[in-house]
Write a protein that binds this ligand. Structure first.
Ligand code: 17E
Ligand code: FE2
Length: 411
């Protein structure tokens, strides 16, 4: 199969992309617009990009909002409490059905790589067992990374350390953490040492829910970054949320950023989630409750956007569309300048792929997997402005979906 009349990000002109089996076989400039041959796809001068990436979601909790009760305060902490009630009702089958339904939503929006945090603070580990099967059963749709995520703490939850180790032994890909939720600062610090040891021993990646609070005293990011720096693991480590950084003063941040750069760790911001959950203890002025996305990006650090939730105790909306998150995030983070608009898809493609350590499994490069999207606009800026979409999603050289644009009749 070939894709003709494709635009590529950061390059002039039109391109022809040849797929052979499950790989990209050639990418060649066209001298002029071309006719699509039988079985070919005409990109019609629109962008062709590698698939969108969802770097941070909780598939085990998705589609549970209101069960058994709604989060009325809109805080992270009530979310954790409501989830704890729902968690008591979790079954293997229930998790699988909701996760698969949510994965379908992601796939419909062009996502083919997903990192999901699975709550392992449950002695039965039912959700994890279920998600390990989902990872295999959905390989034709997505590549799924599973984070062993200790929602109620590694040190503060009974048997937390053992559950984390067991989850990794069972086949989770990534070691998680939640230091700001541990009962004491010391426990937060020791939880990070524990999880970094576990990752180093097992060879797993790391993705920590880190400082997801407006409390400027929550400073576990420096501990995580330093552990990553000393162990030379930065590229394999991600700090998710880091919303407290939005409340750190500039004097502390100027010191912190030096360490962050030395560590080389990755960052995920979930802008719709954080604008909803944070700022809840403020009246006015009211904080946005997001990490310093633009500043991290300007400093050359790797930062990307994730959805976090779809209809769960923390966030009642969501439909799988990562471009909605991108649009919200760029607004909230003061990133609607031309330079940011012109390359905004980095935040949901290449930067996220780097966070997930996808390496040569990702990208429009000859020899790599034939996974790609044909979008509805010719460049990043116009895709965002027009609230564009993935028109075609191809995985392993086969068409996964085609979307027909809505037709408007005017009289
Ligand atoms: N759990 C958590 O600690 N934080 C979140 N944002 C979600 C789950 C969705
Ligand atoms: Fe999260």
């Amino acid at each position: 199969m070939n894709i003709v009349n494709a635009r590529l990000r950061g390059r002039e002109g039109l391109y022809r992309i040849e797929l052979a089996g499950e790989r990209i076989a050639a990418i060649a400039p066209q001298q002029a617009p071309a006719e699509a041959g039988p079985g070919d796809i005409d990109a019609a001068s629109n962008l062709v990009v590698p698939p969108f990436v969802e770097p941070h979601i909780h598939l085990d909790a998705s589609l549970t909002a209101g069960e058994p009760a709604w989060n009325m305060s809109g805080t992270l902490f009530e979310g954790i409490e409501r989830w704890s009630e729902r968690k008591a009702l979790v079954t293997f089958d229930d998790t699988k059905a909701r996760a698969k339904k949510t994965i379908d939503m992601l796939v419909e929006h062009g996502i083919q790589h997903v990192r999901t945090h699975v709550d392992v603070t449950d002695p039965t580990l039912s959700a994890l067992k279920s998600m390990l099967e989902v990872r295999e059963e959905t390989r034709h749709l997505i590549d799924l990374q599973i984070v062993a995520f200790p929602q109620e703490g590694i040190e503060s939850f009974k048997g937390g350390r053992e559950l984390m180790a067991e989850a990794i032994a069972m086949g989770a890909d990534v070691v998680g953490g939640i230091p700001h939720f541990e009962n004491t600062r010391e426990q937060g610090v020791s939880s990070i040492r524990f999880l970094m040891d576990l990752a180093e021993r097992s060879g797993c990646l790391v993705d920590v829910h880190c400082d997801e609070t407006d409390d400027p005293q929550s400073r576990f990011l420096e501990v995580l970054a330093e552990e990553a720096r000393v162990r030379e693991m930065g590229e394999r480590v991600t700090a998710s949320h880091t919303t407290a950084m939005g409340s750190y003063d500039n004097a502390y941040c100027s010191k912190l950023f030096r360490l962050l750069k030395l560590s080389g760790i990755n960052f995920v911001s979930c802008p719709t989630e954080s604008i909803h959950l944070q700022g809840r203890f403020d009246t006015y002025p009211k904080r946005r409750g997001l990490t310093r996305v633009a500043e991290l990006d300007r400093a050359g650090l790797n930062v990307c956007f994730g959805q976090d939730s779809i209809v769960d105790p923390w966030y009642p909306l969501g439909n799988g569309n990562i471009l909605r998150i991108l649009e919200a995030g760029l607004h909230i983070c003061h990133m609607l300048g031309y330079q940011d608009l012109a390359r905004c898809l980095d935040l949901v493609t290449d930067h996220s792929a780097r966070t997930l350590n996808l390496g040569e499994g990702y990208g429009l490069v000859v020899g790599r997997p034939a996974n790609l999207l044909v979008l509805s606009a010719p460049d990043d800026y116009e895709l965002l402005r027009s609230q564009g979409q993935a028109r075609v999603s191809i995985r392993g050289g086969k068409v996964l979906l085609r979307r027909t644009p809505a037709r408007v009749e005017r009289y």
